[in-house]
Each structure stands twice: as structure tokens, then as C-alpha cells.
Write a protein that binds this ligand. Structure first.
Ligand SMILES: C[S@@+](CC[C@H](N)C(=O)[O-])C[C@H]1O[C@@H](n2cnc3c(N)ncnc32)[C@H](O)[C@@H]1O
Length: 326
């Protein structure tokens, strides 16, 4: 094996090792990222009733390890990286995306805890003049480069590993996409170079890193839509999130990235008050059944759904709704 291949293999395998995923030939649930609340006082949170394993035709997927009832909380997830949208920048917490009552001129944190958790990446970010990068992204209507910018600051500050997204499936990129990404990379790099951020802290920031990260973010990021209240009822929370047009930011999570898509999903993801995601069952699910979410608006017609899934995620959906022409 060539040394280049060795390196690639090492990079690919290390996140698995770190998360202790390999277990009984299955990809073990990332249990320390996720829990189920335990109703019994003084007891440890339960591990989620799921495991990640290979599907027949859609790569890895998430499967139920026991029966799950309609409405059950399957697990929660904290993001690996998140960022508010440009339009929410001044009215949500810069760390947890919680909506704030006042709109300020600068970024805000909702609590000292969030300020503290953001301390590392923000100490890098606030030393940089981002205007050229931000202006480019705003004009082009780009949202994902904001996540790359935040991840770059997290890595530079030591708050995240440069390889933390490597385990996720990357999007297939066209030459045109790569050329655009190269432009963004040059802008990001020049913003960071014009500061006192040390060269050693920036060593990870190569064109390959930028493109690799963006390729993963493209198909694994979630639009965070806050329900805006304490909706325990599944239907009400879904309605509230659509009604409020409540998209406040984008985020990438570890375990939620392994759920495949179905136009008639059996689980969904909700955000109650901040970026932490809750995955809930939409119907009863049997042990061994694959859990699937819907990546898009399921109310669209079949043609629209197929087009969005192909252009955005690079696959042709063959779920039962699509097969039966619904
Ligand atoms: C967020 S990832 C889901 C996890 C992925 N299967 C893996 O192995 O990491 C999304 C990718 O999974 C595959 N996928 C998800 N749902 C699919 C479906 N209904 N039909 C075909 N491929 C699907 C596509 O390659 C898609 O780009």
C-alpha cells in the first residue's frame, strides 16, 4: 500500500476508532452523542434504541434495535457545527441559535454558558475581517460556507478536529462546483491570512480540506427550524415550524447524518428552542426496521421531489411513494 493510501485510510478510520463504532460487525450507535431521557429519577440516560449498519442499496442507514412507539423520542443530538443564517444573525444566540427577544447591531449570546462554549472559536473569529467572504456568500446566496468558516475557526482554536466530518458521506461534485468552491476557499484563506492567526494553527486549511468539508456539509446539513414553543405534540410542532417559517440556521450532526431519506418517513426531527435536535417516531416502528427521515418537503409532487433529491443530494429516490407514482 502506498504511503498516500495509508494516510487516506488512517484518516478515514480514525473517526470510527474515536467513536468506538465498530462493534459486532455493525456500526455501533454513537451513544455518547445521544441519549434518551430517562423518566426514572437518579438513573442514567438510556442508550438510543438504534444501530447504524449497511443497507442493501443506500449505503449506511439507521435501524431500530427494539420496537419504538409512535411519538417516542428516539434520541437527541448536539451539532458538530452550526451557524445562524445571515438574516437571523442578530436575533438568535450565536452559539445555540435560540431566538432572542431583542434585535441588536452585533451578534449576541443567550447565556454565559453559550458564550463560554463559543469562547474558543469566537476568539479566532473576532480577530478576522470577514467582509469579503461574507459579501461574496451573501451575494451568491450561499449558506454552507458559513458552516465551513465556523468549523475552520473551531479547528484553528483547537475546539474541533480537522477530520471531524470525515466519517460522513461526501456529495459527488461537478467540475463547476469545485471551481466555485476553490474561489470561496481563496477568499476564506485570504481573510484568515490577513490576521495574527498563526501559520501553525492554519496548517489544516488546504483547498482539499475546504472542498472535502463542503462536500460533506452539502448532503448532511439540516436547516434548523425552531417550533417556537414547547410543542410536545408531533403534529403541532410540525405545523408550527412550517407556519413560522422559522429557519434560523444550519447545522451538521453526527448520528442524524446516517438517516436515509423516504418521502413517507417513519421519524422526524424537531427543534424546540435551540439547535439541539430531537428525533421522534411518526408511527410505530418494529425492531429491525430502518428509520428514515424526509430530507425535503414531502407535500411536493413526485417530479419536484425527484428533481430536488437528485440535484441536491445526488440520488434518485425509490421509496414506495415514488415507485407507486404518488
Ligand atoms: C445523509 S446521507 C445518509 C447516510 C448515507 N447512506 C451514508 O452511508 O452515510 C445521504 C445520502 O444517502 C443516500 N440516500 C439516502 N436516502 C436515499 C434513498 N431514499 N435512495 C437512495 N439513496 C439514498 C444518498 O447517497 C444520499 O446522498
Amino acid at each position: 500500500m502506498s504511503s498516500a493510501m495509508c494516510l487516506r485510510l488512517r484518516r478515514w478510520v480514525s473517526p470510527f476508532k474515536k467513536l468506538q463504532l465498530h462493534h459486532n460487525n455493525l456500526l455501533h450507535p454513537f451513544s455518547y452523542y445521544t441519549t434518551i431521557e430517562n423518566n426514572k429519577p437518579n438513573q442514567q440516560p438510556l442508550p438510543p434504541p438504534i444501530q447504524v449498519s449497511l443497507t442493501e442499496s443506500t449505503g449506511r442507514g439507521v435501524f431500530a434495535t427494539r420496537r419504538i412507539g409512535v411519538g417516542d423520542l428516539i434520541h437527541t443530538a448536539k451539532p458538530l457545527v452550526s451557524h445562524p443564517t445571515y438574516s437571523s444573525l442578530h436575533n438568535v444566540c450565536y452559539f445555540c441559535l435560540k431566538k432572542l427577544s431583542n434585535k441588536a447591531q452585533t451578534i449576541q449570546f443567550c447565556s454565559n454558558e453559550c458564550r463560554e462554549q463559543a469562547k474558543d472559536f469566537y476568539s479566532v473569529e473576532e480577530r478576522v475581517d470577514w467582509s469579503a467572504y461574507d459579501e461574496y456568500c451573501r451575494k451568491q446566496g450561499l449558506k454552507y460556507p458559513l458552516l465551513v468558516k465556523r468549523l475552520a475557526c473551531m479547528v484553528a482554536s483547537g475546539a474541533a478536529s480537522a477530520e471531524c466530518l470525515d466519517i460522513l458521506q461526501p456529495a459527488r461534485l461537478s467540475t463547476e462546483m469545485i471551481l466555485k468552491m476553490e474561489n470561496e476557499f481563496s477568499l476564506l484563506k485570504s481573510c484568515l491570512m490577513n490576521t495574527d492567526v498563526k501559520d501553525e494553527e492554519m496548517a489544516f486549511l488546504t483547498k482539499q480540506w475546504y472542498i472535502g468539508v463542503l462536500a460533506r456539509i452539502r448532503i448532511n446539513s439540516f436547516r434548523v427550524e425552531l417550533a417556537g414553543g414547547l410543542y410536545e405534540d408531533l403534529f403541532l410542532s410540525a405545523v408550527a415550524s412550517v407556519d413560522a417559517e422559522a429557519s434560523v440556521g444550519n447545522a451538521v450532526y453526527m448520528l442524524p447524518s446516517f438517516y436515509n431519506h423516504d418521502c413517507d418517513p417513519n421519524i422526524h426531527i424537531v427543534w424546540i428552542e435551540n439547535v439541539n435536535a430531537r428525533l421522534k417516531a411518526l408511527r410505530d416502528i418494529e425492531q429491525g426496521e430502518e428509520l428514515r427521515i424526509c430530507y425535503i418537503d414531502a407535500s411536493l409532487d413526485q417530479n419536484a421531489r425527484q428533481t430536488i433529491l437528485f440535484e441536491g443530494f445526488g440520488f434518485r429516490c425509490s421509496c414506495s411513494r415514488c415507485v407507486y407514482g404518488d
